[in-house]
Design a protein around this ligand. Structure first.
Ligand code: SF4
Ligand code: SF4
Length: 465
């Protein structure tokens, strides 16, 4: 008979020593931090739903349209050709994460990460409401699912479908999403498959994977040892004040610390750890143990803050040090990055125009004797709609003509168009070997640009300039 090997000790808070899943059923602690987190969470959820519908000058606030390779941030369109700006933005986000983590530790994880916000402040409260509290849930885990658990799955599925669709709106836009949702899946099987996959992934996340996403899949927690320093804000237990711990009634005396070993901080922890073991990768800094312990301290008549927002340096030395060199370095890099980005964005217009010389000979002599220069006109349309760009010559010498087979040039939204045109001139205009003109581009609804042209021709015999 084969026997399952047992680990010496628990290697992950969500695993039993025989490798089976240890379901975490935390008991909520509704203290001051919980109430603030709840308020923050609901504001963020509303924001998450509202952002895809938001518009700035008719364009989405945020759109990451991967199929058409159009990215819109705060109403400004980035195209794949804007590699530098996108790189700058990504780099800025990374440095921002470094800075925020160095100062506030894992504040993001506990207060704003969508995984925590939805899991801890929407799905778990709903679960408790439908199934009952911690004891009842643990009982269900032992006995198997009943009607209430099935009802919970149904509610979770509907919510996953809703949030899954909102999530998709960030990538396909609300108009396309509305068309998908209101038409038969047979008309858009690929889109339906994407919607179904996103819904199922969300459902699996909030019913099965849960806190394991933070413990196993998320790289952020694993980087905390390099991102945090001694002065970063953490949720920490003060062993100097709490130890030696002792149960309230048994053997407590002058020499015992404030911790009464009630385990309330452990039972409330959504990742199943004991904060008293020190800073751990699994701690998402959700502050539930602070609320639990503060309530206990209130009851036993001891000051709050045995578990509190603190720093490793403060726990060890009693002194807090906020300003340190790495913060200045991160802040300086951020100012440089976002300053450049902001300037570049402000300078961006609804279209980019590039005029290139035609391939081959610099000019040709036509049968009529006129001199022809070929140009290629490339226009990148950054606006949120299809546009037609008419172009004409300005400030050209008499007799110069523009011949353009495709004028106006129609360019679909978020893409580029290329066309060729010819500029012909009588030979005397380019007697010196060149002449100048201006190409005027106009989309008829606000965008205008003048591009100076240097056009070539044969030097007339006897011209010494
Ligand atoms: S809640 Fe406070 S008193 Fe109770 S075990 Fe945790 S640290 Fe100790
Ligand atoms: S140890 Fe405390 S702050 Fe960390 S995850 Fe558990 S309850 Fe949240």
């Amino acid at each position: 008979m084969s026997s399952i090997p047992q680990a010496q000790e628990r290697v992950l808070s969500t695993l039993n020593t025989d490798g089976s899943r240890r379901w975490i059923r935390p008991r909520p602690s509704r203290g001051r931090f919980y109430r603030r987190r709840l308020l923050t969470a609901w504001s963020l959820m509303l924001l998450f739903v509202a952002v895809p519908f938001g518009r700035i000058h008719g364009k989405p606030v945020l759109l990451l349209d991967v199929p058409t390779r159009e990215f819109v941030f705060f109403g400004k369109t980035f195209l794949p050709t804007d590699t530098f700006l996108l790189m700058l933005l990504l780099f800025g986000i990374f440095v921002g994460i470094f800075l925020v983590t160095a100062v506030f530790g894992r504040l993001w994880c506990g207060w704003a990460c969508p995984q925590t916000v939805y899991m801890e402040l929407l799905f778990r409260p709903l679960e408790r409401w439908i199934e009952g509290g911690r004891k009842r849930q643990l009982e269900l885990d032992r006995r198997g699912a009943d009607g209430r658990r099935m009802l919970k799955y149904a509610v979770f599925f509907l919510l996953s479908a809703f949030f899954g669709n909102i999530f998709l709106a960030y990538f396909v836009g609300t108009h396309r999403l509305a068309a998908w949702v209101t038409s038969s899946p047979a008309q858009h099987p690929a889109a339906f498959l994407v919607m179904a996959t996103v819904t199922l992934l969300m459902f699996a996340d909030f019913t099965y994977f849960r806190e394991q996403v933070c413990l196993v899949a998320c790289p952020y927690g694993r980087f905390q040892s390099v991102l945090l320093d001694q002065s970063s804000l953490i949720v920490g237990y003060d062993p100097g004040r709490g130890e030696p711990r002792a149960k309230l009634r048994k053997g407590r005396g002058e020499a015992t610390g404030d911790c009464i070993d009630c385990l309330k901080c452990v039972m409330t922890c959504p990742t199943g750890i004991d904060i008293r073991d020190g800073l751990q990768m699994e701690c998402i800094h959700c502050t539930q143990c602070i609320d639990a312990c503060d309530a206990v301290m209130d009851k036993v008549g001891r000051p709050r803050g045995l578990i509190r927002y603190t720093s490793k340096a403060e726990l060890e030395t009693g002194r807090r040090r906020f300003l340190r060199p790495r913060l200045f370095a991160y802040a300086a890099i951020l100012v440089a990055i976002f300053g450049t980005l902001g300037y570049s964005l402000a300078a961006k217009r609804s279209a980019d125009v590039t005029v290139l010389r035609g391939l081959g000979a610099p000019f040709t002599r036509l049968a009529s004797g006129r001199i022809s220069n070929q140009i290629r006109l490339k226009i990148v349309n950054r606006s949120g709609e299809d546009r037609s760009y008419a172009f004409s010559l300005k400030n050209a010498p008499a007799g110069v003509e523009l011949i353009a087979p495709e004028n106006p040039l129609t360019v679909p939204r978020a893409s580029s168009g290329l066309t060729a045109a010819f500029i012909t001139a009588p030979p005397e205009v380019c007697a010196s070997g060149e002449y100048h003109a201006t190409l005027h581009i106009d989309d008829g609804i606000g965008f205008q640009e003048d591009v100076p042209l240097r056009l070539l021709g044969p030097v007339a015999h006897g011209d010494t300039r």
